[in-house]
Design a protein around this ligand. Structure first.
Ligand code: SF4
Length: 109
């Protein structure tokens, strides 16, 4: 019997601890399973000039880029508002930085 109570207490404490960690500012939420951050060196990213910081866009090469454009205000961005890394329709199983940009940018209405 005391074993059961101990396990219940342990489980309860683990749940409280997990909730506390999730509520701490600066601790990022878990990313979707099977997703990784998109690297600018990834061939599909490089093909569209993806950068994780839109201020680093090669403006000589990507003349369509306009200041202020970034993943956060792109129609292709998916996921949950407020997350720093989110899925993008153009890059399956990858997360893009909300401050990033690529030439697939479409202004969100
Ligand atoms: S398509 Fe839009 S959301 Fe996706 S990487 Fe390019 S700019 Fe960012």
């Amino acid at each position: 019997m005391s074993d059961i109570i101990s396990r219940r207490n342990l489980l309860g404490r683990a749940l409280v601890a997990a909730a506390a960690v999730a509520a701490v500012p600066g601790v990022e939420a878990a990313e979707p399973a099977g997703y990784t951050h998109l690297a600018p060196t990834d061939p599909s990213a490089a093909a569209l000039g993806y950068v994780s910081d839109a201020t680093k866009v090669d403006t000589a090469k990507y003349k369509t880029y306009k200041a202020g454009q970034q993943c956060a205000n792109c129609l292709q961005l998916q996921g949950t508002a407020g997350d720093p890394w989110r899925p993008c329709i153009l890059y399956p199983k990858k997360l893009v930085n909300v401050n990033g940009w690529c030439s697939g940018y479409v202004k969100k209405a």
